[in-house]
Every structure is written in structure tokens, then in C-alpha cells.
Design a protein around this ligand. Structure first.
Ligand code: ZN
Ligand code: ZN
Length: 298
């Protein structure tokens, strides 16, 4: 695989950036400050912190099998995401799924008893549904199970949030063995899922573009002018939309595949990738109004 020359940061500094991402911890004071500064989003923030609490306590209980660093290096070098052929035990996840669903019901004030019963009925098939989603095998299981009473976006939201702590743990554990400099794909080097958010970070050598995985939240460096979804690199095809009253975000669009990726320009509040995404729905609305579609959200 050819080396990606425009990437100026060395592997060591990429690793430290990556570790920082996962150490994002919000104290009670941090939470109050965030909510006071964004009163209109405080209900979202409350739900995020409640979900995170469940996810973090599950994450502590996960034990990751020993990894072979050489095999990891080889797999990354060949451009294959690490979890593609891994045997991962998902049998403990349905309990977390239900815990997260209860949080969701509480914070969204979901009243539908039918939906709650329908979710309960999914339980026996949840492991298969989670596996299908994690390994991107299509949506056969989910479609056949999905009752009309559970909107697809709620089901996907719950499935993603259930898988996230597990894949995050893998990412943290094997992250130090990954040379992100040799990864130049638009999908995540750890789990293979699509990026849901981008960030242009200030570095001594200029702005460096990072993509965030929509499932495990791993950040990886990526070419500035390339579309991560269709690999289109023509300058004239890749554009962005900026907003006069929004200095923290812009939208990078691809006129070849008609998708967009939301890009963070300033993360002054130190928000996690999920909170960055949830805090900027207005930006998505504008991009969608202009005829672009979103490939993945956080
Ligand atoms: Zn990932
Ligand atoms: Zn594209």
C-alpha cells in the first residue's frame, strides 16, 4: 500500500491524540458547565451522560483476548480493518441493550407500551442482530425482526450504542499497535465502519483532517480533499458549505456520490465526537436541504 504523504504527524503523536479521545471524562462540574452553556441541548446531554454511564460500567467488565502485534501491523498494512475476522463474544450484550433502551425511554419520555413490548420480543434474536450490524452483513435479521412499532432509527441507535463500548475497548486495547499513518481507507481501521464526523485540527504544520468512526469512535488521519465514502479526489468535485452564524462546523460535500460529512472546525468545549454530532443538528438540516445525504452519524 502506498504511503499517504500529506500526513505530517508522526505515529507517536497520532497515538497520543488517539488516547486523549478516549480519556474524555466529564466531571459533575463539566456536565453542569456544558448544560449551562447550551441550555437548549441540556436534555440531550443528560441522556448522553446516562447512556455513557451504562456503557462505561459494561466496558469495565470486558476482557480482551491477547493480541498479536505483528498480525495487527500486517492486517493494517494490507488495508483490512482489524475486527473483520475476529471471533468476538457478543452474548453478554442483550442485557446492555435493554439497559440502554430503558435510559432511552426515560429521557425521551417514550410512552408507547407496544414499542416496549416489541423491543422485549427482540431479545432472543438480539445477538444475531448485533453480529449482523457489527460485521456489516446486511440488514436481513433486523428487517425481519423489526416490528412496525419500532422505528428503524431507534433500533439502529440502540444497536450502535450497545456495540460501542465493546468496539471502543478493542480500539483502545489494540490502538497502540496500529500505525495509522499507513491506513488510507475511508472506513475505520479497527471495526471497518464508516466515519460519521470529521475534524480539522490545528497542528504546527497546518490543519490536519481526521475522521471519526461512527461505531467505535476511533479517529484516523485522512486526506483533505478526498471523499471518504467514494474515494473521489478531484478538487473541483469536493467542496464544502460553511455557515455565517456557525463558526464551529462546516459540511464537506461530494458531488460525485452526493454525500456529506460534517466537519468540526473548533472543539473549544472539549466535546466527545457523539456530543459534537448531537450539538450540531442544524448543520445537518442545511446539508440535507441542499440535496446531500448523510452516510453515517455518530
Ligand atoms: Zn470503528
Ligand atoms: Zn463521494
Amino acid at each position: 500500500m502506498a504511503k499517504n504523504k500529506p500526513l505530517a504527524l508522526d505515529t507517536l503523536s497520532l497515538r497520543s491524540l488517539k488516547q486523549k479521545e478516549f480519556q474524555m471524562f466529564y466531571s459533575r462540574d463539566d456536565r453542569d458547565k456544558l448544560k449551562n452553556e447550551n441550555v437548549h441541548l441540556s436534555a440531550y446531554y443528560d441522556m448522553y451522560f446516562a447512556l455513557r454511564e451504562q456503557q462505561d460500567s459494561y466496558k469495565e467488565s470486558i476482557e480482551i483476548p491477547t493480541v498479536n502485534e505483528e498480525a495487527i501491523k500486517q492486517q493494517i498494512f494490507e488495508g483490512k480493518p482489524l475486527l473483520g475476522n475476529c471471533a468476538i463474544d457478543l452474548t453478554s450484550l442483550p442485557i446492555l441493550f435493554m439497559d440502554l433502551f430503558n435510559v432511552y425511554v426515560r429521557y425521551t419520555k417514550m410512552k408507547s407500551d407496544d414499542a416496549i413490548t416489541a423491543i422485549e420480543e427482540l431479545k432472543p434474536d438480539l445477538v444475531a442482530v448485533l453480529e449482523e450490524f457489527l460485521f456489516q452483513k446486511g440488514v436481513t435479521q433486523m428487517q425481519s425482526l423489526q416490528a412496525d412499532l419500532i422505528p428503524a432509527e431507534i433500533l439502529v441507535f440502540l444497536i450502535k450504542n450497545t456495540l460501542t463500548p465493546l468496539v471502543e475497548k478493542y480500539s483502545e486495547y489494540i490502538g497502540s499497535s496500529i500505525d495509522l499513518d499507513s491506513w488510507e481507507n475511508g472506513c475505520c481501521p479497527v471495526c471497518g465502519h464508516l466515519p460519521g464526523l470529521a475534524e480539522l485540527r490545528k497542528t504546527p504544520s497546518g490543519r490536519q483532517r481526521f475522521l471519526f468512526c461512527s461505531l467505535c469512535h476511533t479517529p484516523w488521519p485522512f486526506q483533505r480533499l478526498k471523499c471518504p465514502y467514494c474515494d473521489n479526489v478531484e478538487d473541483k468535485e469536493t467542496e464544502y458549505i460553511s455557515f455565517p452564524d456557525e463558526e464551529n462546523y462546516r459540511v464537506d460535500v461530494c458531488n460525485s456520490c452526493k454525500t456529506y460529512i460534517k466537519t468540526v472546525l473548533n472543539n473549544n468545549a472539549g466535546l466527545s465526537p457523539v456530543l459534537l454530532d448531537w450539538s450540531s443538528q442544524n448543520v445537518d438540516d442545511s446539508a440535507i436541504q441542499k440535496g446531500y445525504k448523510r452516510a453515517a452519524s455518530m
